[in-house]
Ligand binder design. Structure first.
Ligand SMILES: [Zn+2]
Ligand SMILES: [Zn+2]
Length: 382
């Protein structure tokens, strides 16, 4: 079946604004209960589930002629096919509005009322500020307690420093490595062999593979209809029903074949070299320790390596450790605490047997300064 379009008229209804009579059919112009003529206060509506087709030919023509006109003198709604007002006899030419224009004006009035009476929902600053103050307050409180410190007097009961210098010697070594990873100086190659270093996938051909696929196919068609209504503004609605055939589909699996590449692993060879070469290699380290406030560097003996090259010093290492004892048992702090400090503070502030005042946090620990580190003492060692 092809596309079909059916046009017909169905009645609309209106309610009397004077006596409240409901569902007066659109072709009736005066209220059957009180005789009130339909006027600018009424509104046409369709009834859900109760649809009555306009069969009468003259009524069809009357509805189709257009929207009712509003009498400017007595506000009666009259048919376009009537040249004079049914209530007062005034002429259609003196009319200023039709049914649709009257409805539009009513809608605009309602919209304006809504705009002016409904207060704009403004942001609740009062509620927001209460929350903000509460959250900010708790943040500040916790920061305050975390940052809260008190000063405690300690005695420096132990100081320990340790300084280390590693020494590297120019040495001959022998090793086997890939040709491009050889290091050192004065290289002497002793032996070189070819060895598999990695594998590479190379396409050697193709093969036919089967796989399943889904495909859509047409199974038939289904009739689909849609309906639209348009008011004539004179007591009826133009109903348009459009129907058409819509194809329906289903899916099925099918077996298909395709060509896919075939790969094989091929070894990649590299050259491995056994060689002798010279380079600086770690030899030993010199360490000096002390338990005073004057750290010194250890004496370093430098010998000579291969080719008469003098040993080289490596990167020096130093640590400065101070142990504190709380002086007054009443004060809130751990009795003994150990920290790693900087050379500058070790030499000038933490003098053995002297007392110092340091801030202590809420966990009873000394607050560290930059370059300092806490040393957690293991109980078993003491
Ligand atoms: Zn009435
Ligand atoms: Zn009139």
């Amino acid at each position: 079946m092809a596309k079909t379009v059916v046009e017909e008229l169905v009645y609309e209804y209106w309610d009397c604004d004077k006596c409240g009579q409901k569902e007066i059919r659109g072709d009736i112009r005066t209220c059957p209960s009180c005789g009130n003529a339909r006027n600018e206060n009424i509104k046409f509506y369709r009834l859900e589930g109760k649809e009555e087709k306009v069969e009468d030919k003259t009524q069809v023509d009357k509805f189709k002629a257009g929207a009712d006109w509003l009498c400017s003198f007595c506000e009666t709604l009259n048919s376009v096919t009537d040249n004079n007002c049914l209530s007062c006899g005034a002429s259609q030419e003196s009319s200023k509005k039709n049914y649709f224009q009257v409805q539009k004006e009513k809608e605009l009035k309602i919209a304006k009322k809504v705009e002016t009476t409904e207060p704009k929902k403004s942001f609740n600053w009062k509620k927001f500020s209460i929350w903000a103050v509460a959250i900010l307050g708790s943040c500040i409180t916790s920061l305050y307690f975390l940052g809260k410190t008190h000063n405690v007097t300690f005695q420096v009961v132990d100081v320990a420093w340790e300084r280390t210098i590693p020494v590297n010697r120019y040495t001959t070594f022998e090793e086997t490595n890939w040709e491009d990873e050889i290091k050192g100086e004065d290289i002497v190659k002793l032996k070189s062999i070819q060895e598999i270093r990695s594998y590479e996938d190379r396409q050697v051909g193709t093969k036919t593979e089967s796989y399943t696929d889904t495909e859509q196919y047409k199974t038939g068609s289904r009739r689909e209809c849609s309906t639209s209504y348009e008011s004539t503004g004179s007591g009826a609605s133009k109903k348009v029903t459009t129907c058409d055939d819509v194809p329906t589909y289903s899916s099925r699996t099918v077996r298909k074949t395709r060509e896919v590449p075939v790969y094989q692993k091929f070894p990649i060879y590299g050259t491995k070299v056994t060689y002798k070469a010279n380079k600086y290699i770690y030899l030993r380290e010199f360490t000096l320790k002390g338990r005073d406030n004057e750290p010194k560097w250890p004496e370093v003996e430098l010998g000579t390596g291969v080719n008469g090259k003098v040993d080289k010093k490596g990167e020096a290492n130093a640590s400065y450790i101070v142990e504190f004892k709380k002086v007054n048992p009443e004060e809130k702090a751990l009795d003994f605490q150990k920290i790693k400090t900087t050379e500058e503070k070790f030499r000038n502030f933490y003098i053995l047997n002297q007392s110092v005042i340091r801030p202590v946090d809420i966990f009873d620990q000394i607050v560290l300064e930059s370059g300092e580190e806490r040393i957690e003492e293991k109980k078993e060692e003491k």
